[in-house]
Design a protein around this ligand. Structure first.
Ligand code: SF4
Ligand code: SF4
Length: 143
């Protein structure tokens, strides 16, 4: 239970990577209201998201393909307001515990999907949605 015993800047890179619960919510297109600066999630998935596996198809080289993909680090986690409140990085940075369904607690990486906590069953490839329709796919992200 290293995530309870260490500070986030003490995690090894493997420990940091293992924190991700695999929900895929951060890989959804987000739209920012230019007047209010409020960020809304859409159901459109990044072109690199493998929707069946809910993993990035080119994780190690993703920034070359999707420059706007942001690397989550201990140094920026508190500034990434758009992340869902369920995000494991956000929870740990806020001093909270991981949920029981998190794979580090339950040992099962499928549970996040089986419990409907991931985007697997409802997100749509962004390639399938014309830009003028993105706004129609604005969704509320479940916390
Ligand atoms: S929202 Fe957080 S926990 Fe979910 S996939 Fe993104 S980084 Fe991982
Ligand atoms: S490039 Fe990969 S990690 Fe980044 S948003 Fe797209 S699918 Fe997610």
């Amino acid at each position: 239970m290293y995530w309870k015993e260490k500070k986030i800047n003490e995690f090894t890179s493997d420990e940091w990577e293992a924190l991700c619960d695999g929900c895929g919510k951060c890989c959804l297109l987000k739209l920012e209201d230019p007047d209010t600066m409020e960020v809304a999630y859409t159901a459109c998935a990044c072109s690199l998201l493998d929707i069946e596996k809910v993993t990035c198809k080119q994780y190690s080289s993703r920034f070359l393909v999707v420059p706007e993909c942001l690397k989550i680090k201990p140094e920026n986690i508190m500034d990434l307001n758009y992340l869902p409140n369920t995000c494991a990085y956000k929870l740990i940075a806020q001093g909270k515990d991981l949920p029981d369904w998190h794979h580090l607690n339950c040992g099962n990486k499928e549970l996040v999907h089986n419990l409907g906590k991931s985007v697997r069953d409802w997100c749509v490839p962004i390639e399938n949605v014309p830009e003028e329709d993105w706004v129609d796919l604005i969704i509320e992200i479940e916390d």
